[in-house]
Design a protein around this ligand. Structure first.
Ligand SMILES: Nc1nc2c(ncn2[C@@H]2O[C@H](COP(=O)(O)OP(=O)(O)OP(=O)(O)O)[C@@H](O)[C@H]2O)c(=O)[nH]1
Ligand SMILES: [Mg+2]
Length: 229
């Protein structure tokens, strides 16, 4: 019998039952909704409603999730929203340098909102649209810059992914979120070296990340409702 994925990730049963709350932040058009929908349904649809803020509720092989997907415009998520989340994904597009620059400001907003809190949020920097780097002239931000930015802003990790091309890369991001949230919530004081993930220049995840097996194919139960408090 194949063990539940929570075991393989080193999560306890109690921890894997916790609903993990994630907020996706980034400029308009970087692929936040595509990321949430891909994780929820495994599908890449192509065009998404960008006007309404949603929370996706997901019960799947990686456990229970609430994923807030605010539109990139108008910007500025409020502090209660940033405090609501266990994990924050700062998303940019490798083909859009302005969206990359925005991640520093967003990181500052997150730190400001969470000042004085005992448990810090998990913060991952995610460079999306890595598939575009195959087209000449499309890549504007290198993987090296992404890694360095993640270091500078003290993100817990950096992933360069293509939501369009790879469900495995998307699942790897959320598996790492689950692992980090569990680790940090059980040991909030031990935050000496938060940055531990690297991504390779071709958009795949390299071996510095703890190996996680691909999730089993299973149906998800999802629903979408209104915005977080
Ligand atoms: N080439 C490529 N296009 C992508 C990828 N992910 C998303 N897109 C496209 O990027 C466009 C914007 O995606 P969205 O998910 O709507 O972006 P968003 O960040 O939610 O944008 P707002 O809701 O306006 O803030 C859509 O046309 C997607 O099809 C990817 O990995 N590769
Ligand atoms: Mg959107």
């Amino acid at each position: 019998m194949t063990p539940p994925i929570g075991w393989s990730l080193g999560l306890t049963n109690r921890d894997s039952c916790k609903t993990i709350r994630v907020i996706l932040l980034g400029q308009p058009g970087v692929g936040k909704t595509a990321l949430a929908v891909r994780f929820s349904t495994r599908r890449f649809i192509g065009e998404y409603d960008c006007t309404t803020e949603r929370i996706y509720k997901i019960d799947g092989p990686l456990g229970s999730w609430e994923i807030a997907d605010p539109p990139g415009y108008p910007p500025a998520p409020t502090e209660p929203k940033l405090r609501w989340a266990d994990a924050i994904l700062l998303v940019y597009s490798v083909s859009d340098r302005v969206s990359f620059d925005e991640t520093s400001r967003l990181r500052f907003l997150v730190s400001h909102a969470r000042r004085g809190r005992k448990v810090p949020p998990v913060v991952l920097l995610v460079g999306n649209k890595a598939d575009l780097s195959c087209s000449p002239g499309e890549r504007m931000v290198s993987a090296w810059e992404g890694r360095r930015r993640a270091d500078d802003i003290q993100a817990h990790g950096f992933y360069e992914i293509s939501v369009r091309e790879s469900i495995d890369q998307v699942m790897a991001v959320f598996a790492e979120v689950a692992r980090l949230v569990t680790e940090i919530s059980s040991n909030p004081g031990n935050q000496t070296n938060p940055f531990r993930l690297r991504a390779s220049t071709d958009g795949t995840i390299n071996s510095l990340r703890r190996p996680t097996p691909p999730p089993p194919r299973r149906r998800f139960s999802i629903s979408a409702r209104g915005a977080p408090p």
